[in-house]
Write a protein that binds this ligand. Sequence first.
Ligand SMILES: [Zn+2]
Length: 279
Amino acid sequence: MSFTIDVEDIRTSNDQQYRVRLNVDRVLAWLHDRGVVGTAFVVGTLAESDPSLVRAIVDAGHEVGLHSWSHTAIEKHTPSDFGRDIKKGRELLQNISQQPVSGFRAPFMSMTARTPWAPDLIADAGFMYSSSVLPAASPLFGLPGAPKTPFLWESGLLELPCPVTRIGPLTIPFLGGTYIRLLPRVITIGALRRQDKDSVMWTYCHPWDFDTEERFRRYPETGFVTSILCFRGRRRMFPQLGAIINDLDCSSLSEIAASLLAPSATRLDVFSMTARNAA
Ligand SMILES: [Zn+2]
């Protein structure tokens, strides 16, 4: 399992304190103590306003990927705007980090049947892999019917779908920060043990998942209950991660992606959204 974090600044006003750096530093220290290397997907506008944040992540030995330019769901873009924004974001991260940037993660896992043009544009922008698909029905964004194990888009872009598990009638992305904080540990560990051997497990935490001092407030574009869920259990975040640390690999997602794409690796299936839409 790979540790990944989506680094975004969700303040709604500049009057609110900038707390991203504080929380990312906590996470970097925790990973360093355990010798874990992970991947941080950083929003372009945040990297532009705080390039030292990107350098701190890279200097600590982690991979940096792009979490979109402005943290807007893919379907709210035109294809040309989306393509331009992710090229700009990738160039910016490469300039700051002085490293190739090969991974893309859509905000809110918003690669869906409504954006069949997105995988081509992500490949076109130079990314090797994406981790942008929730392979289940969801009230927000999901792509039910997509494989739960790594697959290729027609463009050759590798997709590492969001890990999911079934709990009763629900299929949930159980390695998201909110789920890690709130689910009983036995459920998380049990779900990890049941995963298909070909699936790639990754967490998707956020800086605020680790923020035990932030005062409660309504988060943008979310209801009151969702905001409460974003705050509950933050003190449990590091202990919960510690409980599954033995399953945490020391590999970044780009290392895992490179091994899946190696000539000696088993060929991956190709999944087409357009063929699926036409069917
Ligand atoms: Zn995000």
